[in-house]
Design a protein around this ligand. Structure first.
Ligand code: SF4
Ligand code: SF4
Length: 424
């Protein structure tokens, strides 16, 4: 694609890779069929190809973007289906990340939206504040459930949470320790589903992996990153890097695939920074996803179940761990039930379910409909965002669990409480 980026723009460590992504796009349109927003809306400006043109114009020109540019770029899920589908290896991620940062720095959103985005960045990244929010949502449940728009979306996600037990700070020690892995607590997961990290600790201990809580770390920075708030995101990344450098570990884990992909991209976040880039690169090289650590283990589960595995976009398009979840479930003795359009985003996409509630709900309904048609007994995923978003869907037909919770039960752990939920 023709472009007019200046040599200075091309040499910029953050803008340069975005400009190179523009240059490598040949405008073929192969990506459009894989784009969830194009599939829903049929508008070229809501396709990867159309958005690349909008982002190119915005970044080349610099300064304040137009309302139209912001509208269509905001509607992008950052699911990266287009990146996987592209035959020209266009790095759409670099482009959309840079575009979000540019919009955050140069576009004045309406006051209500600024407050909402600030709240997501400052409150949802802190589990203690998320817990207070959950309490308020439960107290005000009758009102919260009928709230329209973004507030309603936020409240419904909170109300679908069923936290069991406290957030774990200690994990079982295997008889023979093969690896010692630092585990980051993350942000919302500790408040919404602390049982996930507890299950991960038991599952990995059976494989000789000891988890050690990474004191001083917190959110991975993905939530502010999704909104282009790079300064906030980098502050979280620095905390994690400093915490990791204080100890001696064989790697670092965070138990949501969206967060894993964020950790593995830290080096780019600090590109051009002589102090932080090398430290971020070392940290990113040590980052592990649960699916990378959890070797399949042959077992016979207490109950034969048909399992639908929802591969988060981060699992498919960033971590490139396609098939890993299904392999683990089959080794554990479950029957994995395929369903239509499993490659399409469920609409969770970090902050998207709150910021774009209509499109997000449409994608969730489509996803839940496809899953229901396959008639599974349980739905499993490896990403807290997808789990909460799908659980908040009105079409819920089956219990929804993190992959580790089901594996833990199959391997001798307690039955996950969610498995006993009455069906809708
Ligand atoms: S498939 Fe790749 S090269 Fe073709 S339009 Fe999409 S991004 Fe551009
Ligand atoms: S990241 Fe996803 S939503 Fe955005 S343009 Fe690509 S395929 Fe479409």
């Amino acid at each position: 694609m023709k472009y007019a980026f200046t040599p200075e723009q091309l040499a910029d460590p953050q803008l340069g890779p975005a400009a190179k992504a523009v240059r490598s796009c040949v405008h073929c349109g192969i990506c459009t069929a894989t784009c969830p927003t194009y599939v829903l809306l049929g508008d070229e400006r809501d396709s990867p190809r159309g958005r690349i043109v909008l982002m190119k114009d915005m970044l080349e020109k610099g300064g304040a973007p137009t309302r139209e540019q912001v509208h269509h770029i905001d509607r992008c899920l950052s699911c990266l289906n287009c990146k996987t589908a592209c035959p020209s290896s266009v790095n759409y991620q670099r482009l959309v990340d840079q575009a979000r940062t540019h919009i955050h720095e140069h576009y004045r959103r309406p006051l209500g939206e600024r407050i909402l985005r600030w709240t997501i960045a400052k409150v949802m990244t802190r589990p203690a504040l998320v817990r207070i929010g959950l309490l308020l949502a439960k107290v005000g449940a009758p009102v919260a459930l009928i709230l329209p728009g973004r507030l309603g979306a936020m409240a419904r996600i909170g109300l679908s949470a069923r936290p069991q037990g406290p957030e774990p700070t200690q994990f079982p020690k295997p008889a023979v320790v093969k690896q010692r892995i630092a585990i980051m607590p993350g942000c919302v997961q500790g408040a919404l589903s602390p049982q996930i990290d507890a299950a991960v600790g038991r599952v990995l201990a059976r494989r000789g992996i000891e988890l050690v809580a990474l004191e001083g770390s917190g959110c991975c920075g993905a939530l502010p990153h999704h909104m282009g708030r790079e300064h906030d995101s980098q502050e979280w990344a620095k905390k994690a890097i400093i915490a990791y450098e204080r100890g001696t570990y064989d790697g670092v884990l965070i138990t949501a695939t969206g967060c894993s992909s964020q950790l593995k991209d830290y080096a780019h976040q600090f590109a051009g920074d002589p102090v932080w880039e090398p430290r971020a690169r070392a940290f990113a090289a040590a980052a592990r996803d649960f699916a990378e650590l959890c070797a399949p283990l042959k077992t016979t589960p207490p109950q034969a179940l048909r399992v639908a595995y929802h591969p988060a976009c981060s699992m498919q398009n960033s971590l490139k761990l396609n098939g890993a979840g299904e392999t683990m479930l089959e080794a554990a003795g479950f029957t994995v039930t395929p369903f239509a359009e499993s490659h399409l985003c469920c609409g969770s996409a970090g902050t998207y379910s709150i910021l774009q509630p209509e499109l997000s709900s449409a994608l969730r309904d489509r996803k839940l409909g496809n899953i229901a048609a396959a008639e599974p007994d349980v739905l499993v995923s490896g990403n807290i965002g997808c789990l909460q978003h799908l659980a908040a869907g009105t079409g819920k037909l089956q219990p929804i669990l993190h992959l580790a919770e089901l594996l833990d039960w199959a391997e001798g752990g307690a039955k996950p409480a969610n498995l006993d939920l009455p069906r809708a």
